[in-house]
Structure formats: C-alpha cells, structure tokens
Design a protein around this ligand. Structure first.
Ligand code: FAD
Length: 292
C-alpha cells in the first residue's frame, strides 16, 4: 500500500491551501473531500474580505478555487474519512471501504453546527455508525435508518439497499432526494423517504429505536451522515479545546505528525484565516517529515 507523506482531510479553503503548498513542496499527498469543495464557500452570497477576490460570490469563489486546484494537477479523492488512527510513525485512515496510510495528517474538516443526538455517542459501534459504505455488509437482510445531512449521502442509502431489506432515508436538507440506481444489485425504489427531525437514539445492548419529532422508528442500524464528524471522533486521543482542536502556532496538535487548520481550530471563522492556517500546517508537516 502506498504510504503518502501527507494526508489532507477537507476541501475548504484550509485543505485546498494546504494541498497547493504540498504540491509546490513536491510531497506525495492525498486530498480527501469533494469536487463541490465546501458548502460554506458555495453558499456565501458575497464575499468582501478575501484578498485578491473582491466582492466575489461564493459560487464564483468556488469555481476559482477548483480551477486553480485542477490547473495545479491536484486530484481530489472524493471520500469521507471516518477514522484516523495514529500508528506510531504513520497514520491509518478509513475512507469509505478503503484504508489509506500517511506519515502526517492535516485535519481541515471545518466545523459542524449539528449537535450529537442524545444516545448517539453511547451507541456508536453498537447500532450507530457514521459510514454506510463501511458497515453496509453487516446489515444483510436487516433494516437501516440513514440520516443524510447533504444530498451526497443519497449514494450511501442506495448502496445500503444492496444489503439491507429495508432502508429509511431522512433528508436533513430541503431538496427532494433523487435516487438513481447505477448498480444492478441496488434497488433504490426500496428506499422510504421520511421528512422528520431525529431527536434521540435508544435501545438495550444495541440501538434499536430512533425517536423523531413525529414518532419512533425501529431498525437494526442507524447511520448519521453529517458533512463533518467531530474531531474527537475522527482522531482518537486528539486534545480538544471545547469543540475545536487544540493547536500551537505551528498548527501542531498533541498527536505527533497530526496538524489541524481552518475553522476546526477555532474562531474567527474566516476564509483567509483558514487558507493561511492550511499553509502553515503543511509547512509544519514538511518540517516534521524532514526531522524524521
Ligand atoms: P470548510 O469550508 O467548512 O471546509 C471543510 C471541508 O471538509 C468540507 O468540504 C467538508 O465536506 C470536508 N470534510 C469534512 N469532514 C471531512 C471528512 N471526514 N473527510 C473528508 N472531507 C471532509 N468567511 C469569510 O471570511 N467571509 C465571508 O464573507 C464568509 N461568508 C460566509 C457565508 C456563509 C453562508 C457561511 C456558512 C460561512 C461564511 N464564512 C465567511 C465562513 C467560511 O465559510 C469558513 O470560515 C471557511 O469555509 C472555513 O474553511 P475550512 O477550510 O476550515 O472549512
């Protein structure tokens, strides 16, 4: 398996800026995220405070970022990282059903405003999961409820139909979900879409019930698919400062070889601060690699 010098998690301003400098420094790196980059860039109406791009719309800023990344020959690996495991002198990462390895990691995953549901953390690994692609096979002939915070998660629900007998999908966004079947084994007509708001998860030894604003849903598994997982869930042992990752001025975390940049390190939440921190984080990772 290829072991990268640097793994960058996130395609917002922090992750993209880190990737550009990693490329300039000729490092072997992998950039995880999405070609739609970041909803927080795309959704901004007008951005007045980004140096060099005055009064640009979020949508145009996103296009400018993407074309710079493409022109630099940087590839985006369209996968969500669900776990980063420190292995001593390298990190092992779970992304979908694949495992990646890198000597250093930069967490540029942004922040999520969504609070964990009561019961979610308690049942994590016992009927609650953050990755349908990783765990779908465990639900052969069973039932699953998938809570999707972005349309991208509709693909996870489709994948789940290849295994589970019953799939219920709760979209946490306004667009109507559009399921398309690109696999002969998947039958997206089996997906029941419910518009409701999850309230809590409960059960016995394993989670078996999701309480929603409109009643209870019983199932064998509950998949909570947010755009970002909390940093403590992403990297076991990471020192936090409230909801943020604690870093020093070099963007180093308490885990050797692990750096963080952008909103995830704390306020102010700003594009230029995120891009600047991405740059500092990757230069610190380069220095760390040289010291080894
Ligand atoms: P984000 O932009 O949040 O990007 C993080 C990326 O990481 C996302 O693409 C996410 O999908 C991806 N990701 C998360 N977890 C994973 C994972 N596990 N695996 C793979 N990928 C993952 N700031 C300004 O300076 N000026 C403005 O005018 C302004 N306007 C704004 C308007 C709106 C509507 C909003 C919501 C925010 C605005 N902001 C503005 C704030 C700005 O959007 C954020 O500060 C900035 O986007 C943070 O960049 P980031 O790279 O840290 O994270």
């Amino acid at each position: 398996m290829e072991r990268y010098d640097i793994a960058i998690i996130g395609t917002g301003p922090a992750g993209l800026s880190a990737a550009l400098t990693a490329k300039a420094r000729n490092k072997r790196f992998v950039l995880f995220g999405s070609r739609s980059l970041s909803a927080k860039v795309e959704k901004a109406h007008t951005v007045a405070n980004y140096l060099g791009l005055p009064n640009i719309s979020g949508e145009d800023m996103q296009k400018t970022f993407l074309s710079q990344i493409e022109d630099s020959g940087i590839e985006i690996t369209e996968k969500k990282v669900t776990l980063v495991y420190p292995m001593g002198d390298y990190f092992s990462m779970q992304a979908g059903s694949d495992i990646y390895e890198a000597k250093t990691v930069i967490i540029a995953a942004g922040v999520t405003a969504d609070k964990l549901l009561p019961g979610e953390e308690e049942y994590l690994g016992r009927g609650v999961s953050y990755c349908a692609t990783c765990d779908a096979a465990l639900y052969k002939g069973k039932s699953a409820v998938i809570v999707g915070y972005s349309p991208e998660e509709e693909r996870e629900a489709e994948f789940m139909t290849e295994f589970a007998d019953k799939v219920t999908y709760i979209p946490m966004y306004s667009q109507e979900p559009e399921f398309s079947s690109d696999s002969s084994d998947s039958d997206s007509s089996d997906i029941e879409v419910i518009r409701t708001k999850p309230v809590s998860i409960s059960g016995g030894m394993k989670a078996d019930t999701m309480v929603t604003e409109d009643g209870e849903l019983r199932a064998d598994g509950f998949f909570i698919l947010r755009e970002s997982v909390t940093p403590g869930q992403l990297v076991p042992g990471l020192k936090l400062d409230g909801n943020h990752v604690a870093v020093d001025r070099s963007m180093a975390t308490n885990v050797p070889g692990c750096f963080a940049a952008g909103d995830i390190t704390g306020m102010p939440y700003q594009y230029i601060k995120s891009a600047g921190e991405g740059n500092v984080a990757v230069l610190s990772a380069v220095k760390y690699l040289a010291s080894k």
